[in-house]
Design a protein around this ligand. Structure first.
Ligand code: ADP
Ligand code: MG
Length: 301
């Protein structure tokens, strides 16, 4: 495209809330054949909340929640925020004195794609998924398995909590899909563009969400580099790929893609890694960007 055409299109994009960082991104977008979507915060609202808590030990619900929240208080993960929020509400319900602070966690550590760990009141607390429990050799029985699979089939993510090496309880967390997600996937399909989902979350939850939005091809339990590898596999087959993501964990994939698109409400790292920023965080703007590119490129040919 001519410099003028690029300027006109990027200006038009900006006015629509689609920030295109250069001519290259604009020119490549019209060739996109596959859009890879991250799940959490991209297809879903990214504002998860706890819908249920269950005890698998003799701790009281308040003790249990306080210890889990103490460990999660140090994490930026949306799931961590949901656990802390739930604990706050529970404390209010039981009329806890506001001056009574959450216990503090020591030796806090983040385990990317798995959860967090810390020491609370002299006890080791682990909060995260099954992978985290396996890493720390925490065993769990049928009761826990059943709770987890029941919730995962309903598109909920389970957060397991181990205290002192034993499962103490769990939270079920829900993160609803964005209202426009299914519409966008089906519209892309009508444009001859296929959609794929990649996520660090577990397979059962991932499949339940993908069914809701109409995506048939899913890759779950994928770490950040695994997401990028998925993109490279598609490119090796000659496909022009766009990646849409919001998290730090999406940045390698955003860089690897022919066109990286970041959700405006996402992390700074993702926004920096992307070629296009969807300022309004609305998935419809994936289509806006591709349309803009198609229009610009057809004008020159
Ligand atoms: P996604 O790719 O869906 O954005 P992440 O890679 O951030 O997901 O995390 C993958 C999974 O690891 C989460 O679904 C959750 O089960 C677990 N996890 C990560 N961080 C935390 C945390 N702070 N607390 C609880 N669970 C966590
Ligand atoms: Mg995400």
């Amino acid at each position: 495209a001519t410099p003028t055409a690029v300027m006109v299109a990027t200006g038009k994009g900006a006015s629509l809330g689609v920030l295109i960082k250069g001519g290259d991104a604009l020119e490549k977008s019209h060739k996109v054949k596959t859009v890879v979507f991250d799940k959490t915060g991209t297809l879903t609202r990214g504002k998860p909340s706890v819908v249920s808590a269950v005890l698998f030990s003799s701790y009281s619900m308040k003790e249990f929640c306080d210890m889990a929240a103490a460990a999660e208080a140090n994490s930026e993960h949306p799931i961590a925020k949901a656990v802390v929020e739930y604990t706050k509400r529970l404390r209010q319900k039981f009329g806890s004195n506001a001056a009574e602070h959450l216990p503090k966690a020591k030796d806090f550590e983040v385990h990317t794609g798995a959860g967090v760990s810390g020491t609370v009141g002299g006890k080791r607390v682990l909060v995260g998924n099954r992978k985290l429990m396996r890493t720390f050799d925490v065993a769990f029985g049928h009761e826990v398995e059943d709770y987890v699979s029941e919730n995962e089939q309903q598109a909920r993510t389970c957060v397991l909590v181990a205290i002192g090496g034993k499962i103490a309880g769990a939270f079920a967390v829900t993160d609803p899909v964005k209202p426009e997600a299914a519409r966008v996937v089906s519209f892309l399909h009508s444009m001859g563009i296929s959609s794929i989902m990649v996520t660090g979350d577990n397979w059962a939850t991932a499949e339940a969400i993908s069914k809701e939005v109409g995506i048939q091809s899913v890759f779950a339990e994928t770490d950040p580099l695994g997401k990028a590898d998925k993109i490279k596999d598609l490119q090796a087959k000659g496909t022009t790929v766009a990646m849409v993501g919001d998290g730090i964990n999406d940045s390698p994939a955003l860089v690897a893609a022919d066109v990286g698109m970041a959700i405006g409400a996402g992390t700074d790292v993702a926004i920096e890694a992307a070629d296009i920023v969807l300022i309004k965080s609305n998935l419809e703007d994936v289509i806006t960007a591709i349309h803009l590119s198609r229009k610009t490129m057809s004008r020159i040919r």
